[in-house]
Each structure stands twice: as structure tokens, then as C-alpha cells.
Design a protein around this ligand. Sequence first.
Ligand SMILES: [Zn+2]
Length: 156
Amino acid sequence: MTTVATGLTSAQRDLIGFLIDEALRDPVELERRWLNAAAFVRDRAKSGQLVLLREWTQTTVITRNGDVLVVDTEEGAPDRPATQAERYLALFHSIRQFPELLSLLPPRPAGASDCPDCLGTGLHREVLSNPVLRSVSCRCGGAGWISLPGSGADAE
Ligand SMILES: [Zn+2]
């Protein structure tokens, strides 16, 4: 599989490895973080992957060396490298389970604009008046900024 350079330091890769190992050896901690998804996350950890984000048909993981991959959980297609949009979305969401990964979040680029849908907060404005939408992601992925006009943090 071809992967791009992750840009992670060896200390950050050590941190990811630690969290994968912890998922394997500490079921109580894993359940605290993931509730009823703990068994799934543990299975991915057995494959050397730390789950960042679970969605209906796919799961985004990070490997011990920092590659962010998309795992197809519906059709069973081979794992593939995440797009930049998927990478950003997964990393920003991962903070809910793994606040330790804060240093992996992409910095706001100099030319970025506040996301118009959340006004820079990362939480879509519609959620404030309609809490039923709580689990819907803002197009910025929770970053609060978009890197190109109209494209969201999902700019390739
Ligand atoms: Zn937003």
C-alpha cells in the first residue's frame, strides 16, 4: 500500500502505539472510552490499528506508524489511505475518545476561514436549536475552519 509521509514525530508514533497496546491490555479503560464499541476497537487494535472514528459503513483508524486508513465495515473492501477530508474528520472526532491525540490535530492554515456553518466553533449552528442533530458532523469536521472557500476542511 502506498502511503504519504505522516509528518508525525517518533514520540507521537510512540503515543499511538501506547494507546493501541492499552486497548489490548485494559478492557476497563477501553470501555470507558468506547462503551459498547469497545470489542470492535479491541479487534482493530489486534490488527495494529487505533480506531479514530466509527461511521455507518466505514471506520477510520491510525496505524502505529501514523498512517490513517479507511476500513470498509460494510462490503469488506481492502483498507485504503484516508483522503485529507477523512483524515481531518477522523482526527477531530478522535479527541472525544482520545484527548491524548490533541497534538496530532492539523493546525489552522494561515489562509483558512472560519467555517460558515458553525461560525468557528466546530459544532453546526443547527444543533443548538435542534439537539436531535447532535451527532451530525459539521462540514469542517469540527475544526471550526475551512482551508479553501466553500470546500470545508475537506479540501484535497
Ligand atoms: Zn464547521
